[in-house]
Design a binder for this molecule. Structure first.
Ligand code: XIL
Length: 324
């Protein structure tokens, strides 16, 4: 009998296992497409829905890559996480904030959110409306949006998304806020304020980039519980697991597999029903190309290896989903 796929194990459990999708790989690599559709229940476009890639010039949108990823997901009955409407990174190269008044920045952002979330209102189930609004020291991050509009930019962004995509689940997403720590305390306080002001936020995305430093699963569970007590849903949105470069132990793949399994078990116990990994196979992980990351971390953080074959981590996640 053929082995059960990860997708089947997840579906049986009522759990989503998603992958960040590279639009180029989707367009050019049939084995990538097969693996994605066979093994995952959900997708997140890795870059295609960010403002920069979507907006090559002030007057045009290029929805080609995003449409392709979303269309593929729908054709294969997969859920779509939209990532992301409001972020400080990957803004268009032509966008020069100092040429706008604060009111114009607000108008610019409103048009963007309405256009993008509106276009996919019936196709995108969940949106990361705002990404990474909290700085590493727990203060609000000094972004173009914060600078022009203050903390209210979050209220506005969630409100605009809700206007045009009333059925979508609207998330706040961040990194380094996976376990209980100073940053997650700040995210918790921010979300409490938003909810207190009646902002339509449905959930919080914990990215869980386990890079060198792997968040303690018990602390992740405690953190998830406090967000759920606020009435929010919680998803793991960008997981990958790496060692510091040059420090991978001989049993690195087994240790990585154990950690993935522990996180899945934590999710199942804590009422988290969706975990997305930040890529399909190691060959295309962002850790191999992003800034100084190649010198800092091992480049094999995902469930499939360079050849596209399942790793111990793949089996660990699938088996964890199969255990009762
Ligand atoms: C990363 C992509 O993986 C890279 O391809 C891109 O060059 C930079 O962005 N947190 C996020 C994601 O929310 O959007 C980032 O994705 C990884 C960190």
């Amino acid at each position: 009998m053929a082995e059960q796929t990860l997708r089947a194990a997840a579906a049986e459990r009522g759990f989503d296992v998603g992958a960040a999708v590279d639009a180029d790989a989707l367009a050019t690599d049939p084995s990538y497409r097969r693996r994605l559709a066979r093994e995952f229940t959900a997708v997140t476009p890795e870059n295609a829905l960010k403002m920069g890639p979507l907006r090559p010039s002030p007057d045009t949108y290029d929805f080609g890559d995003a449409d392709a990823v979303v269309g593929f997901a729908r054709a294969h009955d997969m859920r779509v996480r939209g990532h992301t409407l409001v972020w400080h990174n990957q803004t268009p190269s032509w966008f020069r904030p100092w040429e706008y008044t604060d009111d114009e920045i607000g108008e610019f952002l409103r048009t963007h959110v309405h256009t993008v979330a509106g276009r996919y209102r019936s196709a995108i189930d969940t949106w990361d409306v705002v990404n990474e609004a909290v700085a590493d020291d727990g203060e609000m991050r000094e972004t173009v949006w914060y600078d022009a509009l203050g903390e209210e930019y979050l209220d506005l962004a969630f409100g605009w998304a809700d206007e045009v995509a009333p059925d979508a689940d609207l998330y706040y997403n961040d990194y380094g806020a996976d376990a209980v720590n100073g940053k997650s305390d700040a995210v918790y306080d921010l979300l409490s304020r938003l909810l207190g002001r009646g902002v339509p936020v449905d959930g919080v995305g914990l990215q869980l980039h386990a890079l060198g430093d792997w968040p303690d699963p018990d602390s992740v569970a405690e953190n998830v519980a406090r967000f759920r007590d606020l009435g929010l849903d919680v998803e793991i949105t960008e997981m990958d697991v790496a060692f510091p470069a040059g420090e991978a132990p001989p049993d690195a793949l087994a240790r990585q597999a154990d950690y993935y399994a522990e996180v899945v078990e934590t999710c199942l116990d804590a009422g988290v029903d969706s975990l997305t990994v930040w890529g399909v196979d190691d060959a295309r992980t962002w850790l191999r190309s992003f800034r100084e990351f190649p010198e800092r971390y091992t480049g094999d953080p995902l469930l499939f290896d360079d050849a596209g074959d399942p790793k111990p981590a793949y089996h660990a996640v699938r088996d964890a989903l199969g255990r009762s």
